[in-house]
Every structure is written in C-alpha cells, then in structure tokens.
Design a protein around this ligand. Structure first.
Ligand code: FES
Ligand code: FES
Length: 168
C-alpha cells in the first residue's frame, strides 16, 4: 500500500491505496465523485477525462499514486457557488447530450481546449475532442456547445443548431 495525499475539487484526501489502483477508480470510490465515468477502461473513450495539475488526462490511464501531492479537478468541481460552468450551461442549453455518458469527459476536454485556445474554430474543436467518443453520436451539438461557450460564456441561450452529424 502507498500513502497518498490528493486534492480533489478543492478537498484534500489522505489515503492508503494499492499501487495498481487507477485514478478513475480512486475518484469514484473514495470521494464518491461518480460524475467521472468509465466507458472503456482502455484509454479509448475519454469518458474518464479529468484535470490533473493543469493537464487534461484520461484517469483510467493514470495511477492514483501518480496523483500524490497533486490537484485533480473533475466535472463535479466546475460549478462555483451553485452556478454551472459556462460549458456545463452551454451543453445543457444546446442539448449537447443524449444519454449523457460521454458528457463529463467531453466538457473536461473542452475546458482544456478553451484554456489554451479561447477562440477555436469548429475544426479545432473537433480535433481537440478526437479522443472523446460519443456512443449516441451527438457530435454536432457538442461542437456547437463548445463554440457557443467560447463565444459568449455568459449568454449562451440560442437553441441548438441542427444539421449534419460530422466527426471529427
Ligand atoms: S474509461 Fe478512460 S478512456 Fe474510456
Ligand atoms: S450522449 Fe450518449 S455517449 Fe454521448
């Protein structure tokens, strides 16, 4: 067992963990932050995407011990003072989800994109989300939601755009 100290969504957790424990299982089991999803466990789907020390990572590809001393932000840590993050609001208003299983990873990956590129083109959004799969194939509205959040983070109220489903 290894002792780790990890700050998750603003709360520090101290735990003894097995060296083989994946970060995604730690997040879901210890702080019970089940908003971080497990879609494949093989690094393909992106549903488990979180932020670790400022880098977007697939938490099924990271060991919990690798987060020792670090800061993790999950989807559940994005809302502040009861207010959704602009991306959360934009996904809701643009109906950028169907079953919603991919949504946490999509939003976390999009957040990482907008931190590095606050004014992305549709192509840049699609490229940046290429590691996140949506089984419901709702990609068009996802791209529209990310663009809307980038363009008007505080006034994303337009209805979802229809049109062709393209990806990436
Ligand atoms: S569960 Fe991590 S990439 Fe699919
Ligand atoms: S909305 Fe169902 S997997 Fe994306």
């Amino acid at each position: 067992m290894n002792r780790i100290s990890v700050n998750v969504d603003g709360t520090t957790y101290e735990d003894e963990v097995e060296p083989r424990l994946l970060l995604v299982h730690y997040l879901r089991d210890r702080p019970a932050l089940t908003g971080t999803q497990i879609g494949c466990d093989t690094g393909n789907c992106g549903a488990c995407t979180v932020d670790l020390d400022g880098a977007s990572v697939k938490s099924c590809s990271v060991l919990a011990v690798q987060a020792d001393g670090g800061e993790v932000t999950t989807l559940q840590g994005l809302a502040q003072d009861g207010e959704w993050h602009p991306l959360q609001r934009s996904f809701h208003e643009r109906h950028a989800l169907q079953c919603g299983y991919c949504t946490p990873g999509m939003i976390m990956a999009a957040r990482d994109l907008l931190r590095h590129n606050p004014d992305p083109s549709p192509e840049e959004v699609r490229y940046s989300l290429r590691g996140n799969l949506c089984r419901c194939t709702g990609y068009q509205n996802i791209v529209q939601a990310v663009l809307a959040a980038a363009a008007a983070p505080d006034s994303v109220t337009a209805p979802a755009a229809g049109g062709e489903q393209t990806w990436p």
